[in-house]
Design a binder for this molecule. Structure first.
Ligand SMILES: [Zn+2]
Length: 675
């Protein structure tokens, strides 16, 4: 399923990770490198000690707080799963589904024995396609099973201009490498990735019955189709254009404006009931797909679908296929060693049965008292943002009233959902292969999503992340901020810890998500989640000028020699950090009025606040991974979230007595004062 990219998180979800030690709360002097002056390089001053004592291992492309918690979670979730995987369970029970899925993924002997025989029936369906009309039917049927055989995505999402109701969504897709830059950019690392992708495709074709020459030819065919789609696709910056990615059409209009796609057949085969209208995100790539479907030889189209099926199953056909997939990851992210099978099995179960695992997880690991403490923190941050809005010099009273109304109407989600997802209809069958089970699960998810959402009101109780996710998000369509249980742990949040540290870490995170409601995208949505202008023209002009300062600053910020951040691609996230730091800082000052804090370890509370923020982002990473993130992610690299974010924050200058002449200093007039 393809969700519109509206949900904005705190960080790109970790997929690789591990723990070197139990995370500590408070400020640990060993994490610092006091040979560095804070005003010259705050990241290395605050985290240099930690960075030196925590080198990367072979399994990880980055480490740090997110990674540590992720690895701790892997162990915890495995404990939960093993209760069900190690003893027979009643057929059809949740325990059976959890245990069976884990055991299927762990059974390497069976997967190695089965090899690519598991996908042969699917490949045969593609081979048997006789004409273009049938091609669209069969690829839609397979796509419903999660095969990604269509060159675009279907989904259901809140209608961004009528947010009480869901709308069917059609979006760009079809790229094996995900991002258009890999096909088109001149960057040396992106070119290496493209070469590795060619090798990957060629090997996969050769391993599934094609001779060398045919494998080469098939690879070129897939690449030619994907390059055409890439050229028409939107880049990360264009995808952030709220208005530019919304095109509401009646179903009749869809049929007449995009006649090259057999919509009736596609939606029927994908499990959709009849509906009135559709949001078509990106017209140009869809038109290109129409042309590809019309002018590409049928055999070449079939080769494209074949590639998707093989590529999607590399983790389910034994070690030889997994190795080929890992070789591509090595080039993309710089990872040296594959994750052990049990971790991949834990991830699979945790993704497929997300809220079932989540329920067991919070029962065991999330104290109810944390929820109360978090609610208090969120309310304090809301008050602080309200005060800051009142104090803005660049905004009129009329717009301020609108902003405060939006702030007061945030939906706040903490820990876990009140209503859990129902997995009754999902089956995991031991006698079927992992591949077949995965396809059936994908189909169930697809159909469940449609049944719950198409032609229905938006369910605002639903969560966009599972409780065991180490992340947080803001959703503009529901005006909600969400903090899953798993991020409510040290070093982000410690109910026992110093307020200065909690406000600098989880406070900054809460403020970050709140600020998304008022970033360059969020500011275009009202308190009910509708895209609607609530700004005066002059206020919007002032806002754009101020956010422009931030975009320019980040665009000139180097994260690797000669490699800079894309200030437009990361603007929303950088506004999130900028607002988050200011709001959390104000909230801490409010708390200290009734509860003064003393120096600790020689640091003032204000200093501890900023040290805690830096600790959250302390991370070693491979150069490849940093470049990968710059290509695919809307967040700035971790180092920039400290060293490019803090020079914009007045309170940081005061806390560390940063002066003109210090390397990070920028004059007050040149700083981005936004929220
Ligand atoms: Zn964010």
């Amino acid at each position: 399923m393809n969700k519109k990219m509206l949900l904005v998180g705190l960080a790109l979800c970790a997929t690789t990770a591990f723990a070197q030690s139990t995370p500590q709360s408070g400020i640990d002097p060993k994490n610092l490198d006091t040979s560095v002056r804070p005003g010259d390089d705050f990241y290395h001053y605050a985290a240099g000690g930690w960075l030196k004592s925590h080198p990367l291992d072979a399994e990880h492309t980055s480490n740090g707080a997110f990674t540590d918690l992720y690895e701790q979670n892997q162990n915890r979730i495995q404990d939960i799963i093993l209760q069900y995987a190690s003893t027979p369970q009643k057929q059809g029970s949740l325990g059976q589904k959890i245990g069976s899925l884990y055991n299927l993924m762990m059974d390497s002997t069976r997967m190695n024995r089965e090899g690519y025989s598991v996908i042969k029936p699917t490949l045969a369906k593609i081979a048997a396609i006789k004409n273009r009309k049938e091609y669209q039917l069969v690829t839609a049927e397979l796509d419903r099973n999660g095969e990604n055989t269509m060159m675009y995505g279907l989904g259901v999402t809140a209608d961004q201009k009528n947010a009480e109701w869901n709308i069917v969504y059609v979006g760009q897709g079809g790229l094996g490498l995900g991002s258009r830059d890999y096909y088109l950019s001149d960057d040396a690392q992106n070119k290496r990735v493209l070469e590795a992708y060619k090798t990957y495709l060629k090997k996969l074709f050769a391993m599934t019955g094609s001779d060398e020459a045919t494998a080469e030819k098939k690879m070129q065919t897939v690449l030619a189709i994907e390059t055409r789609i890439a050229k028409a696709s939107y880049d990360r910056v264009k995808l952030r254009d709220v208005e530019g990615n919304y095109h509401k059409l009646s179903f009749a209009q869809l049929l007449s404006d995009y006649p090259g796609i057999d919509w009736g057949t596609v939606f029927l085969a994908s499990g959709y009931p009849a509906f009135d209208s559709v949001d078509l995100g990106q017209p140009e790539p869809l038109h290109e797909v129409e042309k590809i479907l019309a002018d590409t030889p049928l055999d070449d189209l079939k080769t494209y679908a074949e590639a998707k099926v093989i590529s999607g199953a590399t983790s389910q056909m034994g070690d030889a296929f997994r190795k080929v997939e890992f070789e591509l990851s090595q080039v993309m992210t710089g990872v040296k060693q594959d994750r052990p099978r049990w971790k991949r099995a834990v991830s699979l179960v945790s993704n497929v049965l997300g809220e079932a695992i989540g329920k067991l997880y919070v029962e065991k690991y999330f104290p109810e008292s944390s929820k109360q403490r978090m609610l208090e923190l969120v309310h304090n941050l809301q008050t602080a943002l309200g005060q800051r809005i009142d104090g803005l010099t660049w905004m009129s009273p009329a717009t301020k009233a609108q902003a405060k109304d939006k702030l007061a109407n945030f939906i706040i989600k903490i820990g876990y959902p009140d209503k859990w997802k129902d997995y009754t209809g999902l089956e995991v069958v031991d006698s079927l292969s992992l591949y077949e089970n995965t396809a059936r699960i994908a189909r169930w998810n697809n159909d469940d999503e449609i049944a719950r959402n198409v032609n229905k009101r938006v369910d605002k109780m639903e969560w966009g992340m599972t409780p065991q996710t180490i992340n947080a998000y803001y959703n503009p369509s529901t005006n909600e901020i969400c903090f899953p249980a798993a991020i409510l742990q040290p070093p982000f949040f410690d109910p026992e810890a110093d307020d200065a540290v909690n406000y600098g870490a989880i406070g900054g995170v809460i403020g970050h998500e709140m600020s998304h409601g008022f970033d360059d995208q969020g500011a275009q949505f009202d308190k009910n989640g509708n895209q609607r202008n609530w700004w005066t023209a002059q206020d919007k002009k002032n806002f754009d000028a101020r956010t422009g300062v931030l975009a320019n600053y980040f665009s000139n910020f180097e994260v690797l020699p000669g490699v800079k951040v894309n200030g437009q691609q990361t603007l929303g996230e950088n506004i999130g950090d900028n607002g988050g730091l200011n709001i959390a800082y104000t909230a801490l000052q409010n708390v200290m009025k009734s509860k003064p804090l003393a120096k600790e370890n020689g640091f003032t509370p204000e200093q501890r606040f900023f040290l805690a923020w830096a600790r959250v982002w302390a991370s070693n990473a491979t150069d490849e991974y940093v470049k990968y993130l710059l290509t695919v992610d809307v967040h700035s690299p971790n180092m920039a979230r400290v060293n490019a974010a803090l020079p914009q924050i007045d309170a940081w200058y005061t806390a560390f007595n940063v002066k003109k002449g210090d390397k990070m200093f920028i004059p007050k007039k040149q700083r981005a004062h936004i929220w």
